[in-house]
Design a binder for this molecule. Sequence first.
Ligand code: FAD
Length: 462
Amino acid sequence: MASYDVIIIGSGPGGYVCAIRCAQLGLKTACVEGRDTLGGTCLNVGCIPSKALLHATEMLHEAQHNFAKMGLKGKSPSVDWKVMQEYKADTIGQNTKGIEFLFKKNKVDWLKGWGSIPEAGKVKVGDEVHEAKNIVIATGSDVATLPGVEIDEEIVVSSTGALSLPKIPKKMVVIGAGVIGLELGSVYARLGAEVSVIEYLDVITPGMDGEVQKTFQRLLSRQGLDFTMGAAVQGVEVKNKKATVTYKLKKDDSEHTVEADTVLVATGRKPYTDGLGLAELGVEMTQRGQVQTDAHWATNVSGIYAIGDAITGPMLAHKAEDEGMAVAEVIAGKAGHVNYDVIPGVIYTHPEVATVGQTEEQLKDAGIPYKVGKFSFMGNGRAKANFAADGFVKLLAHKDTDRILGAHIIGPMAGDLIHEICVAMEFGAAAEDLALTCHAHPTYSEAVREAALACGDGPIHS
Ligand code: FAD
């Protein structure tokens, strides 16, 4: 039995970042992880492997569609799925081993195995019980299932199965037009699969800016993704390695079927706290199964904290990381803080989609007077040169004060461009502050500046 200042359960982006920061702040720290490798959902079966496949297939798309236009001639590349999977596995390995290295460097003990909390101040891993002045629950999330749909990870897969399909399907049905479904749907569409997306709502990526949703759906349709909107999936039947998906259209209650080699269930994720013993401990939970925490990530049981996907808020790696750092500081007696108003969200399709702050719909609902500064990438020289002129930057600023309230970008490198606006928002900047900042030419960032100019006297290049 060992005694620690902090034991973190789970080594995803929330847990491992928390562990490293705790150790850096001088706390004796251990992190429990039941998987064979560190890094959680994100590094093993989430952000990192999906981005590797998105990158590889985007390169393929570039080669197939744009190389010849730039005078780059020759045989277009063919896909070796086994090698692409090896590249993905190698990317995961480099990242998970990187966390192992950082644990050693910062003297964080990795307690290997599945942990539980037999009582406050104690963590059990295997047969060993360790003492901990503070415990942080960072056990993340798991795939949410759908009634009538059984995931077998062979024909009917979750995102985890979809990242490692034995072969590229001819026909794939994606249930759910959220971030994960659209990213993985794009991957297989670029690899030649016929991809049909079935979505319950009438819009894709619920909660996003309406204009972005429409443009995004149009661009994905142009890339070959087929959308059936307002459709409630009734069930999936698998026979002779083929799936039949049955759905009802909400508009007229008519029932339809569609066949597929692979069905990806991408209807969301749910918090995962199984086996921790939280009910026995009396830890309060929300109605949605999340661990209930206060503004400092403390649960109702003294000395037990929770962060990341296991608590409320967007299920995003960087949100978990920020909470990990902040709770470490709280435990060390410092002032940990997360600004939930400025958490970007990114979809890594082509083009990328990135968003931060409030949408126009939210501002309208809240009765906040606002102005819109919009700039199309068609007016951006770099985007035109790179065949990446689809999309726009939309900046929302307060009508009276000019303070930036939100930004919504669909276009090249949107996931990187958004951070300039995040920093501006952290500083409480006005759109004019961005408009007056010199931006290097020719860069995609100029589109952000032009959108800021559009909040004032107008952009130059449109
Ligand atoms: P997790 O990463 O889920 O880690 C929790 C860890 O705890 C797991 O390793 C689990 O094994 C371990 N654990 C659980 N219970 C125990 C126990 N009792 N004992 C020991 N260990 C335990 N987010 C982004 O921001 N950007 C993206 O591009 C992105 N892409 C994604 C793509 C996919 C396909 C998926 C599925 C998710 C994606 N996400 C993305 C979401 C992101 O992965 C999660 O928000 C993030 O991993 C949450 O971090 P976490 O630390 O809370 O938990």
